[in-house]
Design a protein around this ligand. Structure first.
Ligand SMILES: *[C@@H]1O[C@H](CO)[C@@H](O)[C@H](O)[C@H]1NC(C)=O
Ligand SMILES: *[C@@H]1O[C@H](CO)[C@@H](O)[C@H](O)[C@H]1NC(C)=O
Ligand SMILES: *[C@@H]1O[C@H](CO)[C@@H](O)[C@H](O)[C@H]1NC(C)=O
Ligand SMILES: *[C@@H]1O[C@H](CO)[C@@H](O)[C@H](O)[C@H]1NC(C)=O
Ligand SMILES: *[C@@H]1O[C@H](CO)[C@@H](O)[C@H](O)[C@H]1NC(C)=O
Length: 446
């Protein structure tokens, strides 16, 4: 089977989506509202809190005696010993690009220290014993800056710069909420300590940002996985709190219901280590991250459509447990998918705050993976559909349906930017202008 990009023609897209809400589709980026805001207008701005995408939070770690290194070189004594006295032993675990470039032998150490384990007694995921971690610079957009130049376009750095050019100022009316991307929200009632800590801190950050700005409610802007975290966060805050503190939710590059692409790193027990997100997450996560299950295709969106195709058997979203077993996950791990991750995906609800969703379209995006011989470690042939290269248009349409079906949602606008990739939405010049103008515009929507 050949790779077959089949972007949906614009006319067809438009017909599918006549919702009774404020829905605007832009198929051509043009006629942008003039960006007239300068530094002088910043006192009038609503504060902005940014929640970046997967792998964007920087993590520090320190090792205790409990840590059992896979090789003596990972003990850390030599490498981190001198820092232990100065900085309490903390070092940059994710992502120390410089260190990994200089010393590739560190890579398996970092990979081992990044792993999560599930603790059946606590009923929750945790770090490997002997590894403490902390998210760097919560509250600040500096926390998702990395020393890897390739990450600048992926982790909202350009969006930060663009907002600063409009007069937004770090720490005054511009804040960042990086998170530990290895962990994930769990079904209601199940412990998910790290995610719960994140939501408590995000709630306080939003309140502080508002207080600092004369009580003005906050514009929450998310990219990719950050949007899932924010949707779950909002859903778990009381409605009066949301109405008081959230002026607008601008969700970039996410639908509801995951994406077939995310089955790839779970299928493969090894992917050629590359600079791609999929490659690096696999290499470093070793399939242990709770969040790996969070963006799997949802049965509510994909149902019994075959997504992974082999000669002997096909796997749909409905068959996800069978797929995970076939990919080598243990019965206990599959049970975690069912009990913790799947209910979160199935329970996603309209946030009931003004929402603008912005997505790239027109970029070939994995629809199906073909491992014809059933060898999940081989490179699959892919069947492409429409989307931003990572997020399928199908799931964006599912978001629109979800919102459209909720009479309590109120303001909703969905913008599709043509020929724009997942990272392009927050780094291509024109797309970025569009995003910034929507954020500035959200300041004056009532
Ligand atoms: C990355 O590691 C190097 C060498 O181990 C260290 O000098 C540097 O401070 C680390 N980077 C960060 C951001 O901590
Ligand atoms: C994952 O970790 C296990 C145990 O540490 C190891 O045996 C396996 O080779 C690792 N797999 C990958 C893909 O790194
Ligand atoms: C798997 O799905 C493909 C594509 O939808 C279909 O042609 C094929 O017959 C299916 N194979 C099996 C074994 O069900
Ligand atoms: C599966 O594919 C990988 C990567 O191409 C290859 O190294 C391995 O030998 C294959 N396994 C089988 C059983 O064919
Ligand atoms: C899509 O974007 C690419 C890269 O930005 C550009 O080279 C190409 O001409 C664009 N295609 C269309 C149809 O706009």
């Amino acid at each position: 089977m050949e790779s077959t990009p089949t972007p949906t023609p614009p006319q067809q897209q438009q017909q599918q989506r006549l919702l009774p809400l404020v829905v605007v589709f832009l198929f051509v980026v043009g006629a942008l509202p003039a960006a007239t805001h300068g530094a002088t207008s910043s006192p009038h701005f609503h504060p902005v809190v940014l929640v970046p995408g997967n792998t964007c939070g920087q993590l520090d770690a320190r090792l205790t005696d409990e840590y059992e290194p896979p090789t003596p070189a990972c003990r850390g004594g030599v490498r981190y010993g001198s820092r232990a006295s100065a900085g309490g032993g903390w070092f940059r675990l994710w992502e120390n690009f410089t260190a990994l470039q200089e010393d590739p032998a560190l890579s398996p150490c970092y990979a081992d220290q990044l792993r999560l384990v599930y603790d059946p007694v606590a009923g929750d995921y945790r770090n490997v014993p002997g590894v403490d971690t902390r998210v760097v610079s919560f509250g600040s957009t500096r926390g998702f800056r990395s020393d890897d130049p390739a990450r600048k376009d992926v982790c909202m750095e350009r969006l930060v710069e663009a907002l600063e050019e409009e007069g937004y100022a770090e720490g005054e009316n511009l804040f960042g909420a990086p998170y530990d991307f290895r962990y994930a929200p769990a079904a209601p009632g199940l412990p998910s300590g790290v995610f719960s800590d994140f939501t408590s801190r995000l709630r306080r950050l939003v309140e502080r940002a508002s207080e600092r700005n004369g009580g003005k409610p906050v514009i929450l802007v998310t990219h990719s996985l950050g949007g899932l975290f924010a949707m779950v966060f909002l859903d778990r805050t009381p409605l009066p709190w949301r109405r008081r503190y959230i002026k607008h939710f601008v969700m970039l590059c996410l639908g509801v219901g995951g994406s077939p692409l995310n089955m790839w790193p779970l299928a493969a027990s090894s992917i050629p280590s590359s600079s791609s997100l999929v490659g690096s997450v696999l290499t470093y996560g070793n399939r242990s991250f709770a969040s790996m299950f969070s963006l799997l295709p949802s049965p509510a969106v994909y149902g019994d459509t075959p997504l992974v195709i082999t000669r002997a058997k096909n796997y749909s979203a409905d068959d996800m447990p069978e797929f995970l077993s076939a990919a080598g996950f243990s019965d206990d791990e599959v049970a975690l998918y069912r009990a913790r991750a799947l209910p979160v995906t199935l329970d996603l609800r309209a946030p009931l705050v003004p929402l603008t969703s912005i997505n790239g379209v027109g970029v070939p995006t994995v629809d199906k993976l073909v491992f014809w011989d059933g060898n999940f470690s081989a490179k699959p042939q892919v069947v492409n559909g429409d989307g931003d290269g990572q997020i399928n248009l199908d799931t964006v349409l599912a978001l629109e349906r979800l919102i459209g079906d909720d009479p309590d949602q109120g303001y909703f606008k969905s913008i599709l930017i043509p020929n724009t990739t997942h990272k392009g939405v927050i780094s291509d010049e024109l797309a970025l202008k569009r995003v910034v103008s929507e954020i500035l515009g959200a300041n004056s929507i009532n």
